[in-house]
Design a protein around this ligand. Structure first.
Ligand code: DQA
Length: 144
């Protein structure tokens, strides 16, 4: 059976491509999903890509990833990265690896982005490579 990687995206990432392109680039979330799916196929993996502007959906999907036996989760929690104890706890509550992903490098940006509740619970973080951050995270997961 093909192993599934959940790729979970938080608030405002539905606007990728339009939103602050000088920071986040011109690729849309669908563009990124396509690239991930192509690479996943080569690796014998499957991608389940989702986006929500609602914190609780992300919590539910983390639980679901474990219940469905996903191999790993790539999580770009957007601004919830810097605020959400609930996401921190959800990552700790499940046993499958969660990789924190960001297009930008939050540490080069405003101070309020320097704290990551997600990063404090995740296995690792890939940030600052634009859309490629997702691809690099997939490579990391494939080698776990
Ligand atoms: C982001 C970085 C966050 O600080 C920001 O709130 C986002 C996008 C990124 O991918 O660079 O929404 O997660």
């Amino acid at each position: 059976m093909t192993q599934v990687i959940y790729v979970l995206n938080g608030p405002n990432l539905n606007l990728l491509g339009l939103r602050e392109p000088d920071i986040y680039g011109h690729d849309t979330l669908d563009d990124i999903a396509g690239r991930l799916e192509d690479r996943a196929q080569e690796l014998g993996l499957e991608i389940d890509m989702r986006q929500s502007n609602h914190e609780g959906h992300l919590v539910d999907w983390l639980h679901e990833a474990q219940a469905e036996g996903a191999r790993a989760v790539l999580l770009n929690a957007g601004a919830f990265t810097h605020t959400s104890v609930a996401l921190h706890d959800a990552i700790k509550a499940i046993r499958i690896p969660v990789i924190e992903v960001h297009l930008s490098n939050p540490h080069r940006r405003e101070e309020f982005r320097h704290k990551s509740y997600v990063g404090m619970a995740a296995l690792g973080t890939i940030a600052g490579f634009g859309a490629n951050s997702y691809l690099l995270a997939l490579e990391a997961v494939a080698q776990l």
